[in-house]
Design a protein around this ligand. Structure first.
Ligand code: NAP
Length: 264
């Protein structure tokens, strides 16, 4: 089993740590004895989680309440974490918007682009540079199974996740020679606050967060990307065999069944 502290260094920075997959990354990395920097907007959630994990594992934790959609967020972040040597970056913060594309205010779509893509890019660029200098490190990009085809009624969200997947896949090979592991995590429906934030009901048959995160941490350093869960693996595999128009049509049927197709 990989000794994360030895391989990547003492500190992991997790964005979107106030909930769902990000909070679970914090729990599992704390159990691996990494010190943590927890980033999200909801300060009270971060402080509560930090208190719990410090008590359980005796690790150091910094909480950084931050809106990653704000243009100058990196400066604020670096002011607070400058002294910590970040060896593992989990680019997890993100959200979706469901419904008809033309019904959504453009500013909401741009905010999603800023969090899901722009912030992930800025953080990957900043910390990859430091990792390359130290000749070690790890970056986890949280994408989605939505990245593998167009998803009508979540069209822009799927496009942001395709961005994360393609960036991560490229960096996997590019940074490997400097001792930096890059993994892109592609979960399917997972039981978090995601569906609620995206404006719908909870996903039926969603995976629990713990196996999703465990699969990612196990794949880091071994694979370029991981699709979590057997059913999701199968459906992503099917997208390779079918014409692209058909796979996005099938995705539309799923969105309709989930009641996310907006106005008629
Ligand atoms: P979640 O429970 O809603 O968590 C989202 C996290 O992102 C929260 O911690 C939230 O924190 C943070 N966040 C959102 N906007 C932010 C902003 N402007 N600045 C800073 N942090 C922000 O959903 P989740 O499922 O865990 O989502 C995590 C990642 O998994 C996302 O990238 C999502 O695309 C991906 N994913 C989820 C699923 C799923 O079914 N759940 C499937 C595939 C991929 P605050 O609100 O406190 O800021």
């Amino acid at each position: 089993m990989t000794n994360f502290r030895e391989k990547y260094g003492a500190w992991a920075l997790i964005t979107g740590a106030s909930s769902g997959i990000g909070a679970e990354f914090a729990r599992q990395l704390a159990a691996k004895k990494l010190d943590l920097i927890l980033v999200a907007r909801r300060k009270n959630r971060l402080v509560k989680l930090a208190k719990e994990l410090r008590a359980q594992h005796g690790i150091e934790i910094k909480t950084v309440p931050l809106d990653l959609a704000k243009p100058g967020f990196l400066k604020t972040l670096l002011r607070q974490v400058a002294t910590s040597n970040v060896g593992l970056l989990v680019n997890n913060a993100g959200f979706g918007i469901a419904g008809s594309f033309t019904d959504q205010p453009l500013e909401d779509e741009l905010r999603m682009l800023d969090v899901n893509c722009r912030a992930a890019l800025i953080l990957a660029h900043e910390f990859a540079n430091r990792m390359v200098q130290h000749r070690r490190g790890g970056i986890i990009m949280v994408s989605s199974v939505a990245a593998f085809q167009g998803v009508p009624f979540m069209s822009h969200y799927a496009a942001t996740k395709a961005y994360d997947l393609i960036l991560g896949e490229g960096l996997y090979h590019e940074l490997k020679r400097f001792g930096v592991d890059v993994l892109t995590l592609c979960p399917g429906a997972t039981a978090t606050e995601f569906a609620q934030v995206a404006g719908g009901k909870d996903f039926p048959q969603a995976m629990a967060v713990a196996p999703v995160v465990a699969e990612a941490l196990d794949a880091l350093g071994k694979k370029s990307h991981v699709v979590t869960g057997a059913k999701n693996k199968l459906s992503v595999f099917a997208t390779r065999l079918l014409p692209r128009r058909l796979t996005s049509y099938a995705a539309m049927q799923v969105m309709r069944r989930l009641g996310r197709s907006g106005r008629a």
